[in-house]
Design a protein around this ligand. Sequence first.
Ligand SMILES: Nc1ncnc2c1ncn2[C@@H]1O[C@H](COP(=O)(O)OP(=O)(O)OP(=O)(O)O)[C@@H](O)[C@H]1O
Length: 308
Amino acid sequence: MTMIEVRGLRKTFGDVVAVDDISLSVEEGEILGVLGPNGAGKTTTVESIAGLVRPDTGTVRVAGLDPLTRRRELTRVLGVQLQEAALQDKITVAEALDLYAAFYERPADGRELAEGLGLGSKLDTRFAKLSGGQKQRLSIALALIGRPRVALLDELTTGLDPQSRRNVWELVERVRADGTTIVLVTHFMEEAERLCDRLALIAGGRVVAIDTPAGLISSTEAPTVMSFRPDGPVDLARLTAIDGVADAREQGAGIELRATDGAVIEVLDRLRADGVRFTQLRVVESSLDDAYVRLVGATREESEEVSA
Ligand SMILES: Nc1ncnc2c1ncn2[C@@H]1O[C@H](COP(=O)(O)OP(=O)(O)OP(=O)(O)O)[C@@H](O)[C@H]1O
């Protein structure tokens, strides 16, 4: 079942096109990661899904509901964590959890949630006295306390220390196991790869790629990175002439190139045929980070060409 459906979304603020044309859908129980440069339109997209922003054109459905006209029903299915949590300064962590839990028929146990997020010792602390990372974790707890069918998490772990980040990941994995559908905006590739079933790469207000993390990595032309240190000069042109080899270059005392899996074997054959000996051979799969930079970089070059 499709839980979130976004079609032809466009939103401008004066002259700024925040979202140009975005369509995507998220299936029930799926975690969709949203990645992209600052100002790409990620938050505007998520806020449109939450019904907090009115799109200029396009449609949004969450569990079949239009977030703009069915707000009351939507609050029962949707949990939202936005970038900046704002609560009254004097409210304590326990009070905030109780207050939010009261909105829902079947809330999660607030204490348990707080414990899982490392806030167990902060239940009686007032909001104003929490650190930035603790406020952030409280906002995650508040987004999830209603056991929502759909959770929107914007910059889930930005500003959290490594241990807190891992606690949050484990919590998200438990929530996923309950069947919650999640849209998660992140700038962290490790987080995206670990938690997300699919990733939408957004740049310039458009989806430039949407696929599984592995699919994005292998969609690049030359997904393998090979490096070695030769014992003498190497003719780089002879290596780049091999079908499937891209970007052969000198890197310090060695050579680094990108290639398809098949081309790596041909490179080794060519080196042997040319009598080149080498040490420190490394062959690794290119990372999600590489795929991100290449896919987002390609759209930047395109838009520069258009505006040039
Ligand atoms: N309320 C607003 N008024 C004016 N401009 C806005 C408003 N909200 C967003 N924008 C602009 O729309 C564009 C997209 O912003 P958005 O917050 O959606 O980006 P983002 O991808 O979430 O960025 P980041 O990674 O920095 O959080 C930006 O150029 C931003 O300045």
